[in-house]
Design a protein around this ligand. Sequence first.
Ligand SMILES: *Cc1c(COP(=O)(O)O)cnc(C)c1O
Length: 421
Amino acid sequence: MTRSVKKHLSELSVLGGLPTFSEQVHVGRPNVGNRDRFLGRITEMLDRNWLTNNGPFLQEFEQKLADSVGVANCVVMCNATISLEIAIRALGLTGEVIVPSFTFVATAHALQWQEITPVFCDIDPLTHNIDPEQVEKMITPRTSGIIGVHTWGRPCDIDALESIARRRNLQLMFDAAHAFGCTYKGMPIGGFGRCEVFSFHATKFFNSFEGGAVLTHDDELANKMRLMRNFGFQGYDNVIYLGTNGKMTEVCAAMGLTSLESAEKFIEINRRNYLSYRREIETVPGVNLLSYDDAERKNYHYIVGEVDETQTGLTASEIVQVLFAENVLARRYFSPGCHRMEPYRSFFPHAALMLPQTERLCKRVMVLPNGNSVDEDVISRICNIIRLATANPDVVRAALNNQTAIRSASPIIASSSGRGA
Ligand SMILES: *Cc1c(COP(=O)(O)O)cnc(C)c1O
């Protein structure tokens, strides 16, 4: 439910107006495909009474993913974090692995969880992806590999990374959590490096509730990961390997299959929304929408804005606070960067010195709502809020500072306003 479009500064919620949206508008609200198809599959599953352990839905899901990417092997798992952990272990990575700091913390945790040190590398400010020139500088005798992240579904400079990996004898894999349905030089993401990892978490482009997959051209690597995913079991009662439980249930595979059938529709909706944001944001000086390469296929899942405070008069963080007050839960992915999160912040207190572009982007970035539940009207209202606030930055900033002052002076308000940003 929405109210009429706000025209005057005083109507902004940070200045006392009612929120633009009476219900919260989220980034990453799940895209759900055909409900009947999903429920049909659940009935089929119950009739079959095969609930997990390499069931028919799982096998079908793996086959369809492998076919759509054009890769021989797809190993589906319970989530992308476990998929990363298993891929890292199956590749035999040790010592240090180079990763961007500007990523979801799971990329780093998947290494640290097995006592491999993530070495944080800076990004290219234009692409937001790991900068190959910086990668070279982070290599030490302990380095065993590089994990590139295709942030926002926009591919890394894969050629440059492959050339470094070859020259320096390092393993190269990709966290492709954002990048299902995207291409690099016309080739589907999923087929590069030693392996690539997708996420099908509920907030991702398409979901299996929770889920992940590792895709690889390497049969031997795939077999190793299949063993690791299932406690190292080969057949009944025969354990031939160290393993864990990374299996995906049939319920999740049924959801994954159903979502996959709607992937083209989700892309069309995301694209339409992206174009609406483009049109609207153009009229707000100092807020730049990240663009997508015309020559590549993409899923348009992330609407990423970069805020130039010298033009807007407000920081990205302040604009997000203004949006929150209007019930638009914009996010600051991936601020403040993994290097400023624990345990890495304590391990590497001076990491920021090597990460100037990451630091800069973390101050400027904001991610706006997209997906099935957003339409042109919602987008126009969201952009209108940003336009109104940035046209009057001094008043808005004073109101935000005033609120902060009131909150810190009043423990009751402080505790009732706790919401994750
Ligand atoms: C979401 C995400 C993950 C983790 O995926 P899960 O399926 O939630 O475990 C890893 N890396 C990146 C870049 C992500 O965005």
